[in-house]
Design a protein around this ligand. Structure first.
Ligand code: FE2
Length: 174
């Protein structure tokens, strides 16, 4: 399940969106054989994806606290309903045609009490795809924040439209 928590549209400022749209962030390979290990599902997806991606892995764009493009740009996350010792956030930017195949997040495989959130930074538009198990996210609004019922749920995203797609991803864990 993908549970709606609240809308934070005022958090999604023009300044933030302008920064994300005019910066590239880090180039992240769609297929990451070194990281996709330590969990049977992740290993299954890694090997299923190998025939296509081994030869020519495309990329998507990501911004996190260590990204060169985020230095000097302060991020204070919106208030979240749950608290844990550690917090990680990253923005994901998909140019038209970029994608990520079904996976579970490798950094969550060996942590305790994980919590996972997604915030959409734009209103839904056809072609902006987020798949969460057998659920397809549609009709969300800019600033809608969702909590994942299972932080290790299989998921994927892609951009089949002609407009860039942006989300904020947050993980908490002890
Ligand atoms: Fe993911």
């Amino acid at each position: 399940m993908f549970e709606f928590i609240k809308n934070e549209k005022d958090w999604v400022t023009d300044e933030l969106m302008n920064h994300l749209s005019t910066s590239n962030g880090d180039k992240i390979p769609v297929w990451q054989p070194d990281r996709w290990s330590g969990h049977p599902t992740l290993e299954m997806f890694r090997e299923s994806a190998r025939p296509f991606f081994e030869k020519d892995t495309p990329y998507f764009q990501q911004f996190n606290t260590r990204s060169k493009d985020m230095q000097g740009f302060e991020i204070t996350l919106p208030e979240l309903p749950k608290v844990r010792k550690h917090c990680h956030w990253w923005f994901v930017k998909y140019l038209p045609g970029q994608m990520q195949t079904m996976h579970i997040d490798p950094h969550l495989v060996e942590v305790s009490n994980p919590v996972r959130y997604t915030m959409f930074l734009q209103d839904y538009e056809p072609g902006h795809v987020f798949v969460f198990d057998d659920f397809l996210a549609t009709n969300y609004k800019k600033g809608d924040l969702f909590e994942w019922s299972d932080p290790e749920c299989i998921h994927a995203a892609c951009n089949l439209s002609y407009n860039i797609r942006y989300t904020l991803q947050i993980t908490l864990h002890d």
